[in-house]
Design a binder for this molecule. Structure first.
Ligand code: SF4
Ligand code: F3S
Length: 113
């Protein structure tokens, strides 16, 4: 089991999650983060910290299961992030917008720390 970051992180990228992770297993893309499933210890402390409610255990639903592969894929190529940076200025406007993946997901890496 692992926790995964899902659709609503896209273009919100609040980064509150990275501050609480005891094993620093978040990785930064251009407009969202992912969790490395092989590094996550399933502590669950990041889940309630996300203002966008984008973090779920992979056992939670078929949606989270679908995101497991994406988290694994991009955690292997994006840079590690352990400190919260300034979220996008329009993050609140994107919070709750449905189905962001098709139109807005970016596979580009973030800037890192
Ligand atoms: Fe990190 Fe715990 Fe969240 Fe896994 S569940 S990403 S170990 S804070
Ligand atoms: Fe994304 Fe929530 Fe973290 S929006 S960056 S998973 S705090």
């Amino acid at each position: 089991m692992t926790y995964v970051v899902t659709d609503n992180c896209i273009k919100c990228k609040y980064m509150d999650c990275v501050e609480v992770c005891p094993v620093d297993c978040f990785y930064e893309g251009e407009n969202m983060l992912v969790i490395h499933p092989d590094e996550c210890i399933d502590c669950g402390v990041c889940e309630p910290e996300c203002p966008a409610e984008a973090i779920f255990p992979d056992t939670d639903s078929s949606v989270a299961q679908a995101w497991l592969a994406l988290n694994h894929q991009y955690a292997s190529s994006w840079p590690n992030i352990t400190r919260r940076k300034t979220p996008p200025a329009d993050a609140d406007a994107w919070n709750g917008v449905p189905e962001k993946f098709d139109a807005h997901f970016s596979g580009k890496p973030g800037e890192g720390e």
